[in-house]
Design a protein around this ligand. Structure first.
Ligand SMILES: NC(=O)c1ccc[n+]([C@@H]2O[C@H](COP(=O)([O-])OP(=O)(O)OC[C@H]3O[C@@H](n4cnc5c(N)ncnc54)[C@H](OP(=O)(O)O)[C@@H]3O)[C@@H](O)[C@H]2O)c1
Length: 182
């Protein structure tokens, strides 16, 4: 592909995306830029052969498609860094920004209740009494949330840690993806 790809923020989401792209061999690492406040945290990106910088503006100037991979609270500062680099020449350039920023909406919370109910339904189908099934399902969701908060690990990593190859957990994950859980 002939365009240059940029990532503002080289954390979990950006890393997952770039790894997917490089695995598919669809983009040369030399045409990929990433920025973040600490070069130390971008070591794995330079190991992949991509360009790393502490200047978001450099990504903005060099790239045609840019993924915004910062936490919502950092967005203003990150974009401001880009704006500071603007000259008349670069302001004419067309850039496609892809935002990965997420917020937890009321809709997402309601979705959790549906998930708890569905988990309980599954247990009832397997012969667990309704009240117990609901309690277990709610505990499971609460426990998973606690794991994310306590370990500080990415949910994707926690999910990977419990999926044995060819096991029932990965089948469950596949079913959830097929049902468009996200
Ligand atoms: N994780 C998910 O499952 C998920 C799913 C959907 C959407 N999202 C959204 O995707 C975005 C990224 O999430 P994430 O999990 O990848 O977060 P993350 O791992 O914390 O990554 C954020 C990155 O932004 C960098 N950063 C901080 N301030 C910056 C600045 N001023 N300019 C440039 N980079 C800066 C951080 O660098 P340092 O580490 O050096 O501080 C870090 O590498 C968030 O907005 C999140 O809501 C996440």
């Amino acid at each position: 592909m002939s365009f240059n790809l940029g990532f503002i923020g080289g954390g979990n989401m950006s890393t997952a995306i770039v790894q997917g792209i490089l695995k598919k061999d669809s983009h040369s690492p030399s045409r990929i830029w990433v920025s973040g406040p600490r070069l130390n945290n971008l070591k794995q990106w330079s190991e992949l052969g991509t360009n790393i910088t502490t200047k978001n503006g450099e990504v903005f100037c060099n790239c045609d498609v840019i993924f915004l991979g910062v936490k919502p609270g950092m967005l203003y500062m990150a974009v401001n860094d880009c704006l500071k680099t603007l000259t008349t020449a670069v302001s004419c350039k067309k850039v496609l920004f892809v935002s990965m920023l997420a917020g937890i909406s009321i809709g997402e919370l309601q979705k959790m209740y549906i998930i708890i109910e569905a988990l309980a339904d599954g247990a009832v189908k397997q012969g667990v009494p309704r009240a117990q099934a609901l309690r277990f399902a709610a505990q499971m969701v609460a426990g998973s949330g606690k794991m994310v908060l306590q370990t500080g690990k990415h949910p994707g990593l926690l999910k990977d840690e419990v999926c044995s190859p060819g096991g029932s957990t990965i089948c469950g994950v596949a079913a959830l993806e097929e049902g468009k859980i996200r």
